[in-house]
Design a protein around this ligand. Structure first.
Ligand SMILES: [Zn+2]
Ligand SMILES: [Zn+2]
Length: 268
């Protein structure tokens, strides 16, 4: 029995004898099956060719990504906080070096995942820390491919994780979330956005899409709802899901300007 991992999106599935017939996440209109067809691996195989690279982004913020590129290519973050370490978003591979490093740092207190594209191997990361709770929004529960007791689906608009706040924005997925950490940036705050917002290549804006690879935009009402959901929170920096995609300053105004630009572009 094997926990197969989809090579295209990096999602790990419940145990089976043979690879799943299809990956529901890739077959959804927000993702895609490559021209070469669906392919599968497992974590042991992945660990022979890939490793997890750590980068210190800022005081108390470490980004983690799989190298060489695998799946969607997102970065996860280990965020040091006053209530312990939070893992924001996740990767398909957890290697021994990362397990050791996390243990040395005092382990994880919680995991929080923005949306189903980054569920990846979340159950393995939780298990490595002794069953750390994984917070996902219940609106996206149907996309879980490996159910586990560590999963804590939550409902409503916000969830407190110690001093951090998980904020449901919707848009990309019904339960798409961001994470606000007010203690970072010397108290000016930081926002971790997953795919709920994507930091643009110029790092001066964010953009918002139902599907990024298939270029499906959102409507005015949803864009407005997302910008309103984060407005009560102060944040200087915005950490996007991909390497180098970080807004360094003035995060609140960047979101406001981005929403205005987007709405102006689709309004008429
Ligand atoms: Zn997939
Ligand atoms: Zn996504």
């Amino acid at each position: 029995m094997t926990h197969f991992v989809c090579i295209t999106c990096g999602t790990q599935f419940s145990e089976s004898d043979a690879p799943p017939r299809a990956c529901p996440i890739c077959e959804d209109e927000r993702q895609f099956v490559p021209r070469s067809g669906q392919e599968w691996t497992d974590m042991a195989s992945l660990g022979q060719t890939h490793s997890v690279i750590w980068n210190k982004e800022w005081k108390g913020v470490h980004s983690l990504q799989i190298s060489p590129h695998f799946g969607i290519g997102q970065r996860a973050f280990l965020i040091e906080g006053p209530d312990g370490n939070i893992l924001w978003d996740c990767l398909s591979l957890i290697d021994e070096a990362s397990k050791t490093r996390i243990a040395t740092m005092g382990g994880l207190s919680a995991m929080a995942i923005s949306h189903p594209h980054f569920y990846s191997s979340m159950v393995e990361w939780s298990a490595a820390g002794g069953g750390v709770p994984i917070h996902i929004h219940s609106d996206d529960g149907e996309w879980v491919q490996r159910p586990d007791a560590a999963l804590h689906p939550w409902t409503g608009a916000t969830l407190s994780i110690g001093r951090a706040t998980m904020i449901r924005c919707g848009g990309h997925f019904a339960g798409s979330c961001v994470l606000h950490c007010p203690w970072l940036e010397d108290g000016r705050g930081a926002l971790f956005v997953g795919d709920t917002m994507q930091v643009t290549m110029d790092r001066k804006f964010v953009s918002l899409m139902r599907s990024y690879p298939n270029l499906v935009p959102l409507d005015i009402e949803t864009v407005t709802t997302i910008s309103e959901a984060v407005r009560p929170y102060r944040f200087e920096k915005i950490y996007g899901a991909f390497p180098g995609r970080t807004v360094e300053q003035d995060g609140n105004h960047v979101v406001e300007r981005s929403a205005q630009r987007y709405i102006k572009a689709i309004a008429s």
